[in-house]
Design a protein around this ligand. Structure first.
Ligand code: IMP
Length: 426
């Protein structure tokens, strides 16, 4: 049984949680393969809203095994907090599996994330301050500590002592912060490790065997294509690879295991943090999208920047990820706008760019070239089939498919499960 990859096509917050939730109903394993608790989705658990940052949303289905795979960076305190919050609501968390190879976010990563952002001043990235970048930097520098180290106190203490010596020099000499104490940190982490030990396993092997047994695996990307470390709008990116290629490296599966790559795209675009955003709209349309779309970050509570759908970026995401279909979310938010616009190209120094520009300076200064489509006033929340949508909304969906050269197979018009329409022919 082949695996499916589900990824964000924009700068994150595309509504992947909703798409995952829908697919999880017919999936056995839902796998996070990159990022950490910089992601966030709100789930409704036993009538109460709960914010999850690390555990895949599939946890709410008793038949799903949620997996945190090798490529994720894990803050063990956050993982335990989420497991406890779920248990308190009667949800069984014993199925959660975490790779022994996943790297740990340590207290000095959180501190370094904060002080380096402060140090960068107006050049700051606007990170989530969860220690993500510093944890991945240590992984690449080969001085990271991993989940499996939590089960070997001697090794854990040895590694921590070496790395903390350097971190304390940086914290005290460069950033004028107090040094951190190794033994206290070790005791705290090892205690958490004892609780997490039953969940730590070889997740790559687990998933490989599951696929051989005909089980269905969903690889769920966090963040989005344009926040990818290699293919996004560097340096305003996250420190991992959300793209489809990252799903393989981050989960330990080979490319032949996957047969579909679903790209989730919001019907407009949002971005949190700094960085270029050619279709950003600071006028009434942007305010409409932000208010009606309730565009506030799940993790940081920051207001998201809003703008029109960008087909140049969508085509780029289709190429980079090898998208086989699109899941278009929040179409209902576009209701009530006079006209709706889609960016089809960029203009820079008199030249038109139909593809994502190869140099970041062009992207920074590019002006969006729009195609204007007729808008619609009707609210879409009640629609349950494509035919229920006003003709103008149907035209918009068809145009998105055409411009991306990828079919829209699902679209959502509200947060509930039954507010997802399947599209046979867009
Ligand atoms: P970091 O991932 O915390 O290092 O932040 C790097 C950039 O990625 C910042 O611009 C963040 O706002 C952005 N970012 C990280 N995670 C998310 C997410 O889940 N949604 C949207 N933006 C994110």
């Amino acid at each position: 049984m082949p695996a499916t990859i589900l990824i964000g096509t924009q700068w994150g917050d595309e509504g992947k949680g909703k798409a995952t939730d829908l697919l999880a109903a017919r999936t056995d394993y839902v796998v996070r393969y990159q990022g950490g608790n910089n992601a966030g989705h709100t789930v409704s658990a036993r009538g109460q809203l709960l914010k999850l940052h690390l555990i895949p949303s599939g946890i709410l289905y008793p038949h799903v095994t949620p997996v945190i795979a090798d490529g994720v960076v894990v803050d063990p305190g956050v993982l335990l907090e989420e497991m406890d919050a779920l248990s308190e609501r009667g949800i069984d968390t014993s199925r959660v599996r975490v790779s022994g190879n996943a790297h740990l976010i340590m207290p000095y990563h959180l501190e370094l994330d904060k002080v380096t952002e402060r140090y960068l001043g107006k050049h700051r990235l606007g990170t989530t301050k969860r220690g993500i970048g510093p944890a991945y930097a240590d992984k690449a520098a080969r001085i990271g500590l991993r989940m499996q180290d939590l089960t070997d106190p001697k090794i854990f203490r040895e590694k921590l002592e070496v790395v903390l010596k350097e971190k304390n020099l940086i914290l005290s000499k460069v950033y004028n912060r107090l040094p951190m104490e190794a033994e206290k940190m070790a005791q705290d982490y090892l205690a958490k490790g004892e609780r997490l030990a039953p969940h730590i396993t070889d997740t790559g092997g687990l998933l490989y065997r599951a696929l051989r047994e005909g089980k269905r695996v969903l690889l769920e990307g966090a963040q989005g294509t344009l926040l990818d470390l290699d293919h996004g709008t560097y340096p305003f990116v996250t420190s991992s690879n959300p793209v489809a290629g990252g799903a393989l490296a981050g989960s330990g599966l080979g490319p032949k295991e996957v047969d579909s790559v679903i790209g989730v795209a919001k019907a407009y675009v949002t971005r949190v943090g700094s960085g270029p955003f050619p279709t950003e709209d600071a006028g009434p349309a942007g305010t409409h999208l932000s208010t009606k779309g309730q565009e506030v970050g799940t993790t940081t509570g920051r207001a998201r920047r809003c703008g029109w759908l960008d087909a140049v970026l969508l085509r780029y995401a289709a190429r980079i990820n090898g998208l086989t279909e699109l899941f278009l979310t929040k179409l209902d938010v576009l209701s009530g706008l006079g006209a709706v616009k889609i960016c089809t190209a960029y203009r820079y120094e008199g030249e038109l760019y139909g593809d994502f520009p190869p140099h970041q300076s062009i992207f920074h200064k590019a002006e969006a070239v729009y195609e204007e489509l007729e808008g619609w006033q009707e609210e879409l929340e009640g629609a349950r089939a494509l035919g229920d949508l006003p003709e103008a909304a149907q035209r918009y969906v068809r145009r998105v498919s055409e411009l991306a050269s990828v079919p829209v197979r699902n679209l959502s018009v509200g947060p509930d499960r039954d507010q997802t329409l399947s599209v046979e022919e867009a």
